[in-house]
Design a protein around this ligand. Sequence first.
Ligand SMILES: Nc1ncnc2c1ncn2[C@@H]1O[C@H](COP(=O)(O)OP(=O)(O)O)[C@@H](O)[C@H]1O
Ligand SMILES: N[C@@H](CC(=O)OP(=O)(O)O)C(=O)O
Length: 448
Amino acid sequence: MKVAKFGGSSVANATQIKKVAEIIKSDPERKFIVVSAPGKRDSNDFKMTDMLINMGTAYINNENYEEYYSIVLKRFKDIIDELNLSSLLLEEIERSIKQTLFENVSNDVKMDSVKAIGENNNAKIISAYLSDIGLTANYMNPKQAGIIVSDEPGNAQILPESLPKMYSLREQEGIIVIPGFFGYTNKGKLVTFSRGGSDITGSIVAAGVQASLYENFTDVNSVYTVNPNIVDNPKEITELTYKEMRELSYAGFSVFHDEALIPAIKAKIPVCIKNTNNPDAKGTLILAEREVNDKCVSGIASDTGFCSLYVSKYLMNREIGFGRKLLHILEDEGISFEHAPSGIDDMSVIIREHRLTPEKEELVIKRINDELHPDTVSLQRGIAVVMIVGEGLVKTVGVAHRATSAFYNANVNIEMINQGSSEVSMMFGIQAVDMDKAIRSLYQAFFE
Ligand SMILES: Nc1ncnc2c1ncn2[C@@H]1O[C@H](COP(=O)(O)OP(=O)(O)O)[C@@H](O)[C@H]1O
Ligand SMILES: N[C@@H](CC(=O)OP(=O)(O)O)C(=O)O
């Protein structure tokens, strides 16, 4: 029994949905289908979720939301018409969108319910289409599926008690189509995962029903060794371990949500990334273990949007609790950190830039000065993180040498290195403006 998740690009219009139906039809093991909202039909297009966010924001701010509303409805109408489905379905969707928008609830509740409109109605459309072509298929709301999550709007996490109860879904008749991206709290409030979170729903369902495989269908043949938007036609990866994939997606491989692996890892469900537009391609298989060959580097991920908080104080090494106090200030201000390389008298903390607003920055720096009395404290924005990932990498001689030579060849200055804290990755901090040329040079060094 398999779980197949189809991402936004796979369900962006009627043509794509027909491909999805063929894929489902071709393997009776594909019983649980998780779908995203309609995504981009081409590179200039919009994702429905972005349009819904615009609509919800405009409504909440008493601005003109009607334009967004019409765009959303027209998108559903086009899909329904092209699939030759009943116009009653569109009427039902129209009613439910209005109800969600006009409901008298707090802004955060409304916003998450509005964001879920894309997935929820696309699941209804896809289920209707599967029935229309003769399959036994039913839409199932995440509440009914037992996806119980924490009460963190826009950033929900699955509650562990959900999973064991989901096993009985196996007994349901036919194909079950579940909208991705959201769940319900114990009190019945709809809450969404973070952006891209339909991958998480798929993984939860796969773990809950103890699927033999979690297939994640997207618009590329596989996970590539580097982001294909930076290097043309990069080499494909056939197998990865969970650990490698988690590091790579955390560090910028947006093809799979970095939190989505956790349920699959815990339940030991293999994950396969496949292409809806080329389902015969093998894809990338993600497993607990794999045979490590001589190519110790599996992939090179990169992401911008980081900043580095640098603190130095003479004899920092002898001041017991200095690091704890520094991190405690961040904790107090509700700021999570990503990396914290340290030296004898210095410590840098890498933080996602969006978490450190200018107001927070001022506050944090003032508190560090007042409470820790450092010699220097400064913040550098515009940092990119490059992560070289591979099983066995840190035990292989010469990887750092090859990497630093590649940075040298690209004339890119390394701001910081963090190696050794992870068994499968090596992290480099560089200026964001240098990222693409650094990645091209690293790709050449490790894969060409
Ligand atoms: N290393 C990588 N391998 C494959 N795709 C990647 C990688 N890094 C970034 N991507 C991007 O991820 C995209 C697929 O993810 P996403 O847009 O979330 O798809 P979906 O619409 O299926 O959810 C690809 O089209 C590609 O541009
Ligand atoms: N539609 C949501 C959730 C999602 O997972 O979408 P996609 O499968 O298109 O990445 C988003 O855009 O964030």
